[in-house]
Write a protein that binds this ligand. Structure first.
Ligand code: SF4
Ligand code: SF4
Length: 428
């Protein structure tokens, strides 16, 4: 007898489909099922997702005996993604309400709400501002031209004219309320060597008065070689400043020790940021920090693409399905990945000439002191090249089933000129 069943996929399962290719992802277990060039699985999923079927379709035992259909149904059952129900228990069709996703920061959503303007809450979206105070520095680190394009790090441009190498303090002061208007905004102060920025103490005092926490990025060589490093740190003592100290290779161990001693003796909160380019660098960091005099120091690493270490980048940055399964992105992240870029969203960078950028590789949004921060944020929210730079809109990721599961596009992709830093969909 040809028995009848209901087949469904749970509404919390993330489904991606491109023609006859299908991906199912379970957000609680992280399990990914992928069907490539499988018309049977693709047809079933298409029918289940059709709005008129409300997530449930009728099946007969004859249809279920098709080997491809049987394999698909067995797998979704085994991984708790769906099931078949015997219709003899209930001939009335069960339904599932498909999720209706509403992302508060989605520009398309905001534009459709007549009672709200796009900019209504826009200042509240600002979460991190990196301010490059100057471009002066006497070091000659090989990472300098490119590291700041990959992650927040100091940077100098010796070729620029002196006149544009320092941020105007009056303009900065006038803009501080707008930039640091929200208590949740985190400020990064970077250079060059910010210890030679003549208004650093004044700026620190202004921020202290406003109770705004900030991070000071000072390369360890600049700290170690500053003629009077104790005095340079002293005015910031007791202020809410946190030192982030980039350390690039090769490390001068004596200078590293000096910096460690200075920061510890001044009771300044700090973290070393090791900029690594190879697995050998990782070992060097481990060996250095194993020394008893450096034990317990706060540290983090940043991977640096130097143009010649693709193997290391592939090993440490490239995505594969098991990375995603281990990370187990929740549904909220998956939905957000379709609307805004979580790496860039809410972040601005201000360069010493006052130019404001959502991403350092993107066009300038405006100029501090000339354009309002509100207008610049509205511009980025409406037609931005950074905050709205999401994989489902970019080649080749737009054609890939994983485009909402992968981490958002970051500066590594921009610097390497390739969006698919992965072992999944390497074509393109
Ligand atoms: S210390 Fe920083 S700003 Fe100076 S050369 Fe090195 S990376 Fe560039
Ligand atoms: S092509 Fe893009 S979306 Fe697809 S797996 Fe690679 S990085 Fe992720």
């Amino acid at each position: 007898m040809n028995k009848k069943y209901w087949l469904y996929i749970d509404s919390f399962i993330h489904i991606a489909q491109k023609k006859n290719n299908v991906l199912l992802y379970h957000p609680y277990t992280g399990k990914i099922l992928e069907y490539t060039d499988n018309p049977d699985a693709a047809n079933l999923v298409r029918r289940i997702r059709s709005p008129k079927n409300l997530g449930v379709i009728g099946m007969t035992s004859e249809e279920l005996s098709n080997p491809a259909v049987h394999a698909f149904v067995s797998e979704i059952k085994r991984h708790f993604m769906g099931d078949v129900l015997d219709r003899s228990f209930s001939d009335g069709k069960p339904v599932q309400m498909p999720p209706h996703v509403k992302i508060q920061k989605d520009i398309a959503y905001l534009k459709n709400i007549k009672s709200r303007s796009v900019g209504e809450k826009i200042m509240g979206y600002l979460s991190e501002v990196s301010i490059y105070l100057n471009e002066e520095c006497s070091q000659h680190c090989h990472i300098c031209p490119s590291a700041f394009r990959q992650f927040p790090c100091c940077h100098c441009s010796p070729s620029l004219k002196k006149a544009v190498r320092m941020l105007d303090m009056e303009i900065l002061d006038a803009s501080l309320d707008e930039i640091g208007g929200s208590s949740s905004v985190s400020l990064n102060l970077l250079g060059g060597n910010i210890l030679v920025y003549p208004h650093l103490e004044c700026l620190a005092a202004l921020l202290k008065n406003r109770g705004v926490p900030y991070n000071l990025f000072v390369h360890y060589l600049n700290l170690a070689e500053h003629p009077n490093h104790n005095a340079s740190i002293s005015p910031l003592g007791g202020s809410p400043g946190f030192y982030i100290v980039p350390v690039s290779f090769p490390v001068d161990e004596d200078k590293f020790r000096i910096v460690c001693e200075i920061l510890r003796s001044r009771h300044v909160p700090f973290k070393f940021l090791f900029i690594i380019e190879s697995s050998d660098d990782v070992n060097r960091v481990e060996t250095l920090l194993l020394q008893s005099r450096f034990q317990g120091v706060n540290s983090a690493i940043r991977i640096f693409y130097n143009g010649h270490n693709l193997d290391f980048i592939e090993e440490s940055v490239f995505i594969n399905p098991s990375t995603i399964e281990k990370k187990r992105p929740p549904l909220k992240t998956i939905y957000t990945n379709g609307a805004v870029n979580r790496s860039y969203f809410g972040k601005l960078t201000i360069m010493p000439d006052g130019g404001v950028y959502a991403g350092v590789k993107d066009p300038c949004l405006g100029r501090l002191g000339k354009d309002s921060v509100y207008d610049m944020l509205s511009k980025e929210m409406s037609a931005g090249k950074s905050w709205l730079r999401v994989r489902p809109k970019m080649k080749p990721c737009k054609d890939c089933l994983y485009n909402r599961l992968c981490p958002p596009l970051s500066n590594y992709e921009r610097v390497m000129g390739k969006n698919n830093l992965c072992h999944i969909y390497p074509a393109g």
